[in-house]
Write a protein that binds this ligand. Structure first.
Ligand code: MLT
Ligand code: ZN
Length: 465
């Protein structure tokens, strides 16, 4: 598709909508907007535009649609699949001024927020009312809730509370023709035609621009126990995961970390942790609720399972500071790898009982292709992040052969009943692997949906398929 460039006349019209101070055109000012957290990729837009109201977005989309100018919506730029990269230039629609928590409704347990609110800021505001919004990706301190909607985000608590899909009731969306719609209703049930809200979630900014979000909230648990269990190897830790559920417990978090990941954060992030020689892999397990006796009973059941799978040592966090430190160890693992090595991250997800086979296959593939990987993730929901690090791999192998290794990992993932991404999205960097999982029939359906919402293809072009 050949898009048009932004002429001085169009730029004048854009500036008239949002004001001079909300339009960036200098390369130096646009640096921050030319990348996200995906590898070392940079794409510059022609212009960064920062609207603040749905009406402004509406005028901008109409204008760009009319002149065939690509528009790439962007949240906080914490994405891991290149979804917010303006690969075709044009307008980068920075949503950072949409930063208001409009309402927390304590009667219906709902909130209305704008997409540029930082996820943790929202979680804290809700927590002050004794409520919980549990969708907390590792980047919760910097990501925007709008980006979470676009990617169908998850995080550690999905295993008990579900992904963002379970918490979004309704979305205000601006369409490419300038129409402003609400996708559904502010209700817990919805049986009124196609569910446009769910279609919009995870659509990675390719169908419309989200300008308001209505979320469900739940009463906050009052207590939790956090434990770190160490196992002799990856297989034992991963095999214990599904056994915990079979024992009748649904933990509020069940995270896997391989030894290499813990070594990495100790070396690079100032994490103080007594890493024993016989610890090959870890499960970070949280159980929460409102009844202490019940939580202790669940921990007992978990302990029995841990022992069955050869767990050597269980560390119970005995203070909130220690809990925070253990969570920090897990949360910084991704950043640790990314800021200290050339890397490529995959976001595999399989039915949880298949985790042992998945991680074994990943390591075997790595051995065959000569790459090292640091694996960690939300094992309770079968989501394993695979950070492939360049290590001793030659530049040539990294640039040519690595792709085949990644392809093998995805083929294995799919053969185990899984898919390419559990929570990071497809964006730019995973789209070449989509045919491993999806057929021409799927692509034809997806293209048709795209064409209904965005007939001229101006919204976030070059992504997903
Ligand atoms: C995580 O769970 O740490 C996040 O998804 C980010 C990452 O994998 O880097
Ligand atoms: Zn994650």
């Amino acid at each position: 598709m050949d898009y048009n460039r932004i002429t001085p006349e169009i730029l004048f019209e854009i500036t008239a909508v949002v004001g001079n101070e909300n339009v960036l055109t200098q390369r130096s000012e646009m640096e921050n907007y030319s990348h996200d957290e995906t590898e070392d990729l940079h794409f510059y837009p022609e212009v960064v535009v920062k609207p603040a109201t749905p009406e402004q977005v509406s005028v901008l989309l109409k204008l760009c649609n009319q002149h065939l100018i690509p528009v790439t919506p962007r949240g906080a730029g914490t994405g891991l699949s290149g979804g917010a990269l303006p690969v075709k230039g044009g307008v980068l629609l920075a949503m950072e001024r949409f930063n208001r928590i409009i309402e927390i409704d304590e009667q219906s347990l709902q909130a209305t927020v704008e997409p540029g609110v930082i996820t943790e800021v929202f979680m804290n505001a809700v927590a002050q009312k004794g409520l919980l919004y549990p969708v907390d990706p590792a980047s919760k301190g910097s990501c925007f809730i709008g980006g979470n909607v676009s990617h169908g985000s998850g995080g550690p608590r999905v295993v008990k509370y579900g992904t963002i899909r379970e918490y979004i009731l309704n979305l205000q969306v601006v369409l490419t023709n300038g129409d402003i719609i609400w996708t559904g209703a502010n209700t817990l049930k919805y049986a009124s035609g196609y569910n446009l809200t769910q279609l919009m979630i995870g659509s990675e900014g390719t169908l419309g621009v989200v300008t308001k979000i209505v979320t469900k909230l739940i009463p906050a648990p009052t207590q939790d126990v956090l434990m770190l269990a160490s196992f002799p190897d990856n297989n034992a830790a991963c095999a214990a995961v599904s056994a915990i559920f079979r024992a009748g417990v649904v933990p509020s978090a069940l995270e896997f970390m391989e030894r290499r990941g813990v070594e990495w954060v100790i070396a690079h992030d100032g994490i103080v942790f007594d890493l024993k020689d016989d610890a090959g892999a870890f499960l970070l397990i949280e159980v929460d609720g409102t009844n202490q006796e019940q939580i202790f009973a669940e921990c007992e059941k978990i302990n029995v399972v841990l022992e069955e799978f050869g767990c050597k040592d269980v560390l119970f966090a005995d203070s909130s500071a220690q809990k925070e430190e253990l969570w920090r160890m897990r949360r910084v693992m991704g950043i640790s790898v990314k800021s200290n090595s050339v890397y490529k991250e995959e976001d595999t997800v399989v039915p949880r009982a298949e985790l042992p086979r998945l991680i074994k296959g990943i390591k075997e593939t790595g051995a065959r292709y000569g790459f090292e990987s640091v694996c960690y993730g939300h094992a309770g929901d079968g989501n394993l992040h695979v950070n492939i690090i360049k290590g001793g791999m030659s530049d040539e192998d990294w640039n040519t052969k690595l792709k085949d290794g990644i392809r093998e990992i995805f083929e294995l993932t799919v053969s185990l009943g899984g898919t390419l991404s559990g929570e990071h999205g497809i964006g730019l960097v995973q789209k070449e692997f989509m045919p491993i999982k999806y057929s021409e029939t799927h692509f034809s359906l997806m293209r048709s949906i795209k064409a209904v919402f965005d007939p001229k293809g101006i919204l976030n072009p070059g992504k997903i398929f």
